[in-house]
Write a protein that binds this ligand. Structure first.
Ligand SMILES: NC(=O)c1ccc[n+]([C@@H]2O[C@H](COP(=O)([O-])OP(=O)(O)OC[C@H]3O[C@@H](n4cnc5c(N)ncnc54)[C@H](OP(=O)(O)O)[C@@H]3O)[C@@H](O)[C@H]2O)c1
Length: 354
C-alpha cells in the first residue's frame, strides 16, 4: 500500500476519542477517508468532514452482511478499520451486537466485496481490515469481563477468516492531553486527587496509536495476519499518572489519597443517575460502571516491542506529552508533527524483512 495512488479508507466508528485521530492521521497520510458514523453532525464537528464523506451506521442494529456489502459497494474502500467498541452497555446497546455481531457482518461483507472485485476488474490483491481490540484480551481472567470477552470473540472469529488480510491492534488505556476520556488536565487542577490501587498500566498516546495504525496499513504487504499490542513506553500506577500530568502542567500542589474500590464503584452508580447532559460533560466518569472500574484499576502491562518494530513510531511518554501540551497549542502541534515525521529505523528494517 505504499504506492502514490489515492487510497480510500473506511473508518467505522469515526467519532468519539480515537476515531477522529484515525481520520486525521489517514487524511494527513494522503488517504481519502469515509467515516462510518451514527451521527454525521457529530462527525462534521469532530472530524471536519462534509456529509458526503459519511455513511450512517448503527452497530447495534446492522447485523446483516447484505447491509454492509451495499455500503462497501458505494464507498469502494481499499482499507477498512473497525474502531467501534463499547466497554459496557448503557441504554439499549448490546455488547455482543456492537463488539461482535456487527463487525463480523462487516468483515464477512469485506470478504465478499473483495471476491466480487477480483472477479470483475483488475485484481485487488490487498484489502486489509484493521480491528481495534483491547489489551484486556490478554488478561488471564479476561472471560470474567464482558468487554474483553466480546473483543476476544471478535478476534477469534477474525482468525478463522483466512481469506482476509487482517491486522488486530490491542491498545492499552489511551490518553491525549486536551481530548479523550481521562481528563487528566482537569484532574491536575484538583487539590485533592483520589486514586485506586497500585496496579500498573501502560497508557498509550492517542496519536502514537493513530499514526502507528496508518503505518501498519501502509507498510505491511499482503496476506498478513498480525496482532499487535499497542502500549505506551512506561508502566505507571494511577497515582503516578495523576502526579506526572499535574507536574507536567506545573500544578505542583496536591494531596493524593487512596480510595477503596467499593467506594469508587458506589460513586459510579450514583454518577449514572445524573441527567444525560451532565454525563456527556463528565467524560470517562459517564462511561464508568462498577465493572469498568475494576477493569480500569486491575492493572494491564503489555509488551510493545512488536508494535514499535513494525510501526517505527516513537513511543510518547505521558510526562513529555502533558509538558508539550502545557506549553501551548503551537508547541503541542509541533510535538505531534515531529511524531508524524519521525520514523525510527527499526520500523524501516522490519518493512524490508516482512
Ligand atoms: N479509550 C481507551 O482507553 C481504549 C483502550 C483499549 C481499547 N479501546 C478501543 O478503542 C476503540 C475506540 O475507543 P474510544 O476510547 O475512542 O471509544 P469512544 O470514544 O467511546 O468511541 C467508540 C466509537 O464507537 C462508536 N459506537 C458506539 N456504539 C456504536 C453503535 N451502536 N454503532 C456505531 N458506532 C458506535 C462511537 O460512536 P458515537 O460517537 O456515536 O458514540 C465511537 O465512534 C474502541 O473499539 C475501544 O474498545 C479503547
Amino acid at each position: 500500500m505504499s504506492d502514490t495512488e489515492t487510497k480510500t479508507v473506511l473508518v467505522v466508528g469515526a467519532t468519539g476519542f480515537l476515531g477522529p485521530a484515525l481520520v486525521e492521521e489517514f487524511a494527513v497520510a494522503g488517504f481519502r477517508v469515509i467515516c462510518g458514523v451514527r451521527s454525521p453532525d457529530k462527525a462534521a464537528r469532530q472530524c471536519g468532514l462534509p456529509a458526503d464523506q459519511c455513511i450512517i451506521i448503527d452497530c447495534n442494529e446492522d447485523l446483516d452482511v447484505g447491509t454492509w456489502l451495499r455500503r462497501l459497494r458505494e464507498c469502494a474502500p481499499d482499507v477498512v478499520v473497525n474502531n467501534v467498541g463499547i466497554a459496557n452497555c448503557f441504554g439499549s446497546q448490546s455488547l455482543e451486537n456492537v463488539n461482535v455481531r456487527a463487525p463480523l457482518a462487516l468483515f464477512e461483507a469485506v470478504r465478499l466485496y473483495r471476491t466480487e472485485k477480483m472477479r470483475s476488474g483488475p485484481p485487488r490483491e490487498y484489502l486489509p481490515v484493521v480491528q481495534i481490540s483491547t489489551t484486556g484480551v490478554g488478561w488471564p481472567d479476561y472471560e470474567r469481563f464482558a468487554y474483553p470477552l466480546t473483543k476476544m470473540m471478535m478476534e477469534e472469529a477474525l482468525a478463522t477468516m483466512d481469506e482476509l488480510d487482517w491486522i488486530i491492534v490491542r491498545p492499552n488505556v489511551i490518553f491525549e492531553p486536551g481530548r479523550g476520556h481521562l481528563l487528566l488536565e482537569r484532574i491536575a487542577s484538583f487539590p485533592l486527587v483520589f486514586y485506586i490501587g497500585r496496579a500498573y498500566i501502560q497508557p498509550i498516546h492517542c496519536r502514537e496509536l493513530a499514526v502507528g495504525v496508518v503505518r501498519l496499513v501502509q507498510q505491511i504487504p499482503a496476506s498478513r495476519h498480525l496482532v499487535f499490542t499497542a502500549a505506551g513506553p512506561e508502566a505507571l500506577t494511577w497515582k503516578e499518572i495523576f502526579q506526572q500530568s499535574k507536574q507536567a502542567l506545573n500544578k505542583h500542589w496536591g494531596i493524593f489519597l487512596p480510595a477503596p474500590l467499593k467506594l469508587a464503584q458506589l460513586f459510579t452508580m450514583l454518577v449514572q443517575r445524573l441527567p444525560e447532559g451532565i454525563l456527556r460533560r463528565l467524560g470517562i466518569f459517564a462511561k464508568m460502571d462498577p465493572e469498568t472500574m475494576v477493569m480500569m484499576t486491575r492493572g494491564s502491562e503489555a509488551d510493545n516491542r512488536q508494535w514499535l518494530r513494525y510501526t517505527g513510531v516513537r513511543s510518547l511518554r505521558l510526562f513529555e506529552s502533558y509538558d508539550a501540551y502545557g506549553q501551548g497549542p503551537e508547541a503541542y502541534g509541533e510535538f505531534i508533527r515531529r511524531l508524524r515525521e519521525e520514523h525510527l529505523t527499526y520500523g524501516k528494517e522490519i518493512t524490508k524483512e516482512a
